[in-house]
Each structure stands twice: as structure tokens, then as C-alpha cells.
Design a protein around this ligand. Structure first.
Ligand code: IPE
Ligand code: IPE
Ligand code: MG
Length: 241
């Protein structure tokens, strides 16, 4: 059993909207990218904390389908940060037993980044200690739309009967098809919105909004949030006997 966890109350799947990098940098009079670099450093600490906290699945929102609206400098800086991060962290992720996956639309990402993503997925595919999913060019609506397109194609090809399209079938076409639904969604930086993250999958997730900016979000605060999750009563629409 994980060291710090209460096996009954630990959420198996935690999803995090890592928000507040830009404000963290602004508070220090530095460019926004300085905050993104600080934010990237936090990821390692939070991933490393998962096994002892009983978190098997961690999904992190790194770049949304709407984040292309930012300046070219910020977008290019983020893309090169992602590339460098994957290059630098690959060995550590592999040797510490992390299975890495990516969700989101890869079509708009550059080939070099996509190759690194593919390589890391392949290399860590047999790992099972923690399942880290990185949402990159991800949007919940975009994901459901792409799933609907592929479903429609299967129907048009005669491989699928439209009557057989149910919730389970639709979910099997989502980027997250191999993952359980998130139990807990955390957003840092004080914003209380989901910004197009895991719309379908979070139907019954618990939410925790914390004021801390992402570069300041420590493993100790992560543990505290998980503890408060353990006190919640999840009813899934039912009434307790
Ligand atoms: C989150 O931090 C990281 C990304 C969206 C890539 P922000 O960049 O949104 O930081 P704030 O919200 O402007 O402070
Ligand atoms: C959500 O944060 C996306 C990521 C954390 C990657 P944003 O900062 O883009 O969301 P809004 O614009 O405040 O809703
Ligand atoms: Mg933000």
C-alpha cells in the first residue's frame, strides 16, 4: 500500500489544470515564459509524489486548443519548452516507472515534437507505476468532435450500426479511451472554470480550485488537496441507503 495514502480515499485518477504561470512571472517582473519554465519544474515533483499518495493516474493540462490565441512568442516558447522537457525528462520518466501518454490533436503540432511524443509513449508503454497523461493541443469539444467524425466514418463505411452508438462506444473513440474517468480535477491560480478540459470524462469528478499559482504548487499542497477529497461524499446521482 502507498506510504502516505489511505487506500480507500485516495483518488485513482487526478487531473490538473496547471494555471497561473503567467501571473507568477508577472509578479516577479519577468516575461511569461519564465513562469512556464518554473511551472515545468513543478511537474516533476508532482509526478514523483503520486505513488506514495496512491494516485495511479495523473493527467495534466499543458496546452489547450485555445492557447494558440496567445502571442507567437509565447506559443513558440511553449512549444520549444515542451520539446526540451521531453528530451530532458525522458530517461527519468522511464526509469521511475512512469507510463506516459498524450491526448489532444497532434495534427497542428510540429513533427519534431510529435516524434518525441511518440518515442516516449512507446518507450514507457510497459511501465505501470504511474500513468501520466499530458494534454497537449487538447480541448474537450475538439476531442468529442474528432470522436464523432470517426464514428460517423465507421457508420458510413458500414462497419458500425448507428443504433450501436451508445455512451460506451463514444467513449471508446475519445483520446482517453484507455483511461478511467478522473475522480478529482484540481485547478490552480484561483480561476473557477474548466476551460474545455476533459468535458465528457469529468461528468462526475470532484473539483478543487486552489488559489496557489502553478509554479508554487508543492507536493505538500497536493497531499493536502487529496486529503480533503477523501472527506467528500460521492453519490453519482444515487441516494444513500
Ligand atoms: C498556464 O498558465 C499554462 C498554459 C496555459 C500554457 P497561464 O499561462 O495561463 O498563466 P496565467 O493564467 O496567465 O497566469
Ligand atoms: C487552461 O488555462 C489551459 C491550460 C492550463 C493549459 P488557460 O489560462 O488557457 O484558461 P483561461 O483562458 O483562463 O480560461
Ligand atoms: Mg491561465
Amino acid at each position: 500500500m502507498p506510504k502516505d495514502a489511505d487506500a480507500k480515499t485516495a483518488p485513482a485518477h487526478v487531473a490538473i489544470i496547471m494555471d497561473g504561470n503567467g501571473r507568477w512571472a508577472q509578479q516577479r517582473g519577468r516575461p511569461r515564459l519564465f513562469g512556464h519554465h518554473a511551472g515545468a519544474k513543478r511537474v516533476r515533483e508532482i509526478v514523483a509524489a503520486c505513488p506514495d499518495l496512491g494516485v495511479k493516474y495523473l493527467t495534466i493540462f499543458a496546452f489547450s486548443t485555445e492557447n494558440w490565441k496567445r502571442t507567437q512568442i509565447e506559443v513558440a516558447g511553449l512549444m520549444s519548452l515542451f520539446r526540451r522537457y521531453l528530451e530532458r525528462e525522458a530517461n527519468e520518466l522511464f526509469s521511475s516507472g512512469v507510463c506516459v501518454r498524450f491526448i489532444g490533436d497532434r495534427v497542428r503540432l510540429d513533427d519534431k515534437l510529435v516524434n518525441l511524443m511518440d518515442e516516449l509513449e512507446l518507450r514507457t508503454a510497459e511501465n505501470d507505476l504511474v500513468h501520466l497523461t499530458v494534454a497537449l493541443n487538447y480541448g474537450g469539444r475538439d476531442e468529442v468532435t474528432r470522436a464523432a467524425q470517426r464514428l460517423a466514418f465507421e457508420v458510413a463505411q458500414g462497419r458500425l450500426d448507428h443504433q450501436d452508438v451508445d455512451a460506451e462506444k463514444l467513449a471508446s473513440f475519445l483520446d482517453t479511451h484507455v483511461l478511467p474517468d478522473p475522480d478529482l480535477v484540481i485547478r490552480t491560480s484561483g480561476e473557477a472554470r474548466i476551460s474545455n478540459f476533459l468535458l465528457w470524462q469529468s461528468a462526475y469528478a470532484e473539483y478543487e480550485f486552489v488559489d496557489t499559482l502553478w509554479p508554487d504548487f508543492t507536493a505538500a499542497e497536493f497531499a493536502k488537496v487529496l486529503k480533503s477529497y477523501g472527506k467528500r461524499d460521492r453519490r453519482f446521482g444515487a441516494v444513500r441507503a
